[in-house]
Ligand binder design. Structure first.
Ligand SMILES: Nc1ncnc2c1ncn2[C@@H]1O[C@H](COP(=O)(O)OP(=O)(O)OP(=O)(O)O)[C@@H](O)[C@H]1O
Ligand SMILES: [Mg+2]
Length: 302
């Protein structure tokens, strides 16, 4: 740990580095054309998710301090930073999961295309439907079939799909998640029978079935081997033109491979987590503004 890190306190807004985002060449803000294969892939509008002045507490323990970050439509944003700096907490606030912890509280705003997901007039289920989450450990329903796993979220979110459309939806989501070819002949087999990497892709397919506008991924590859990791990364890159993706990762190479925008979180010496610097991923890794970012991305701590 460098001296800088031991002395950092709340990071004033004016010190947060930002240098803009390089929009990827594949970015499309809308996907207005229905899929030509007739599958149930009606267009979803890409959405921008914005966290404004997000602070978070567990009981009296403040773990985030006024974090603001815009996760642009069509851009993959990575969140990096040492263990305990609040990345998962920030992610969970983005789809209203933080409030499930009894002692948890938060301040700030989360806007999905400008609309506050915490607006009391809006239903919780709406936020969950629009903003999906994939966790570190693959968590398919083990006893349920692969098919039923994919459609599991439909009832929960009140999404109505006819019997025929269900089959199409399952195929299209498994295809998008890069799993269709491997499982098309055993859709009725239990989800638990898949490998870890396949289970994670099944969870991605399950998230996609409710047609989220944003997909949050909390260390989705940390339990996977390098080959499965690459498959998930390819899946993410292919999904990026239809869903806004935010990924938490401890893998610096992964952040560089998949994300165009990167935010470096840090909490030190009992201070709550905050963003030190965010911006174009390549620039942040090649030439960070803040020396703490330099130290972190070069493996000097964390
Ligand atoms: N359910 C909880 N109850 C109490 N404190 C919690 C809870 N979840 C997280 N914390 C605390 O909040 C802080 C931020 O945790 P968080 O899990 O968001 O960090 P993180 O950056 O995701 O870490 P990691 O990289 O290890 O996953 C930590 O101090 C952690 O101990
Ligand atoms: Mg975490």
């Amino acid at each position: 740990m460098t001296e800088d890190l031991t002395t950092v306190e709340a990071i004033p807004e004016s010190r947060i580095g930002f240098r803009g985002i390089r929009l990827p060449s594949f970015t499309r803000i809308m996907r207005p054309e229905p899929a030509s294969n007739g599958l149930v892939t009606a267009p979803t509008e890409l959405a921008t998710l914005e966290g404004r002045n997000i602070s978070a507490w567990f009981g009296d323990h403040q773990v985030l301090d006024r974090v603001s970050l815009t996760m642009e439509a069509g851009v993959i944003t990575s969140l990096i930073g040492p263990s305990g700096c609040g990345k998962s907490t920030f992610l969970r606030i983005l789809n209203r999961m933080h409030e499930l912890v009894p002692s948890a509280s938060l301040a700030g705003e989360v806007l999905l295309d400008g609309e506050d997901i915490y607006d009391p007039a809006r239903k919780l289920v709406e936020a969950r439907k629009h903003i999906g989450m994939v966790f570190q450990k693959p968590n398919p329903f083990p006893a349920q079939s692969i098919y039923d796993n994919v459609v599991a979220g439909l009832t929960l979110t009140g999404t109505r799909v006819s019997r025929d459309e269900r089959d199409e939806l399952v195929e299209s989501c498994l295809t998008k998640a890069g799993l269709w070819k491997e499982v098309k002949d055993r859709l009725r087999a239990p989800g638990a029978g898949l490998s870890g990497g396949q289970q994670q892709r099944l969870c991605i397919a399950r998230s996609l079935a409710v047609r989220p506008r944003v997909l949050l991924m909390d260390e989705p590859c940390s339990a996977l081997d390098p080959t499965s990791t690459r498959v998930i990364e390819e899946t993410m890159l292919e999904l990026a033109d239809e869903v806004t993706i935010v990924i938490v990762t401890h893998n610096m190479q992964q952040a560089q491979r998949v994300s165009q925008h990167c935010a470096f979180f840090l909490a030190s010496q009992g201070t709550p987590g905050a963003i030190v610097e965010h911006g174009d991923t390549d620039a942040m890794f090649a030439d960070p503004i803040d020396p703490r970012t330099f130290d972190y991305v070069n493996g000097r701590f964390g």
